[in-house]
Structure formats: C-alpha cells, structure tokens
Design a protein around this ligand. Structure first.
Ligand SMILES: C[S@@+](CC[C@H](N)C(=O)[O-])C[C@H]1O[C@@H](n2cnc3c(N)ncnc32)[C@H](O)[C@@H]1O
Length: 197
C-alpha cells in the first residue's frame, strides 16, 4: 500500500457516505443490504471481519444484527469515521488501522471474512485472498462484493471467481442488479461472490 493511496481515501472519507450504497442513509437501501447480508452470512452471532471497512456502514449494520464485528482500514480518516459511526449507533465494532492485504488477526479466528469494494483496490489480490482464507475457521466463509464499474475500475466477476478458486474449492457469484442496493438503476457489473469452502 502506498501513502498516495491512503491519502486518496483519507481525502474521500468526509464525503464517502454521500453515495447511496456507501452511507445507506435511505431506509430502502439499508433494508436491501441488510437482506443481502442476512441471506449470505451465517446466523448471528458470527465473528466477522470487514476488510477495507471504510466508514463502517456494513460493519455497523452487521453489529446491529448481532454479529461480533471487527473492521479494518488503512486510511485513518475512514477508521475514525467507522469508530464514530459505531459509537453513535451504540454497537461495538473493533475498528483498527491496518493493511487489508495482511490483516493483523489471528489465523482461524473468523466465521466470515467480508470485503466490499476492496479486493479490486489491492495490488496483489491473490496474495491478499490467501491471507483472508487463513483467517477463516473450518466452515467459515468468504463474502465479497465487487464490481467492474462503468468508470473502468474494478474486477470482473469472472476474474474474481478465478482468483477465489486459487484458494478455495467453491465460489458462487450472484449478480447484484437490484436498484435498491445502489439507489438507482445500474448498467455495469456488480456482484456478490461467496465461497463456503
Ligand atoms: C471503495 S471503499 C469501500 C469501503 C467499504 N468497504 C464500503 O463498502 O463501504 C475502499 C476502502 O478500502 C480501503 N483500502 C484500500 N486499500 C486498502 C488496504 N490496502 N488496506 C486497508 N484498507 C484499504 C480504503 O481506505 C477505503 O476505505
């Protein structure tokens, strides 16, 4: 990770939640993400790590659902925003600053490794995935939300699935086209990739 990358995300922390899918300020969007997460995570309470947690929106949502959540981000402003959001919501989320490519957690300590819009940003996604898989307990799952956006940034579902299969036996990809998730109709590729083993 570079200082320039970190500065970029630090600079975006204050306005990050203005995007409907980031802040989930609209109840319809919040419900859509809550449903998606509930459908694809194990029953609460599970030990979840949210890598590249940003302003902590999903971390807080999952803590409110009864999960034990740890969040990590390399941008100090994102970490502060996430910690404040958890405090305002009255939930415990252990948020730390660190590199998602090498998360500072004990091997085999998680039921779920969650990453929304983070894998695409890592210089060596395969290596990062290897370390994420190492965090999982037997029976743990990898839950990734990624996309190949109209901006040209991101990672295709096909490439993401191939990366996951370098480290896991299975991956199920679900397209995420429901406008409720994004606050608008979308025309680019957005998906959930879940690996159960
Ligand atoms: C597009 S945002 C997604 C934030 C959050 N997951 C969400 O979906 O709302 C990407 C986040 O990843 C963080 N990030 C990028 N590279 C990282 C790295 N190497 N280690 C930790 N965090 C990183 C950024 O600071 C930013 O908060």
């Amino acid at each position: 990770m570079s200082d320039a990358d970190r500065s970029f995300w630090d600079a975006h922390a204050a306005s990050f939640d203005d995007e409907p899918d980031h802040g989930l300020r609209d109840e319809r969007a919040r419900d859509a993400w809550r449903r998606l997460m509930t459908d694809h995570l194990p029953p609460a309470p599970a030990d979840v790590v949210d890598l590249g947690c940003g302003t902590g929106t999903l971390s807080v949502l999952l803590a409110q659902e009864g999960h034990r959540v740890r969040g990590l981000d390399f941008a100090g402003a994102m970490v502060s925003a996430a910690a404040s959001k958890a405090a305002r919501a009255g939930v415990d989320v252990d948020v730390v600053q660190g590199d998602a490519a090498a998360p500072p957690y004990e091997a085999g300590s998680c039921d779920v490794v969650l990453g929304r819009h983070i894998l695409w940003a890592l210089p060596d996604a395969s290596r990062a995935l290897a370390s994420w898989v190492g965090l999982l307990r037997p029976g743990g799952r990898l839950v990734l939300v990624e996309g190949r956006w109209s901006t040209g940034a991101g990672i295709s579902a096909e490439d993401c699935a191939a990366l996951v299969l370098e480290h896991r036996e299975t991956v199920d990809v679900t397209p995420l086209r429901d406008p409720a998730l994004w606050g608008r109709e979308i025309g680019d590729e957005r998906y959930l990739a879940v690996s159960l083993r």
